[in-house]
Design a protein. Sequence first.
Length: 84
Amino acid sequence: MRLNPTKCAFGVSSRQFLGHIVSRRGIEPNPEKVNALRNMAEPQSKKEIQVLTGLIAALSRFISRMTDRCKPFFDALKSKNGAI
């Protein structure tokens, strides 16, 4: 493997990498993604539910029992009538 020195950061306490914060404590969620999820309005359409589940999937590593908690969203996406 070869490293590109212009893309490397040495001697930093934490760094954003692939949408996560990597530090001595380990891997943490990116606060910007968490705030985007918290500030999101209640979904009104199937497309908005898909956006919401996509944001949640990006943070699934940090959410315990994510599939159980998101089941209502998945059920709404499966419904054949257009209602949510």
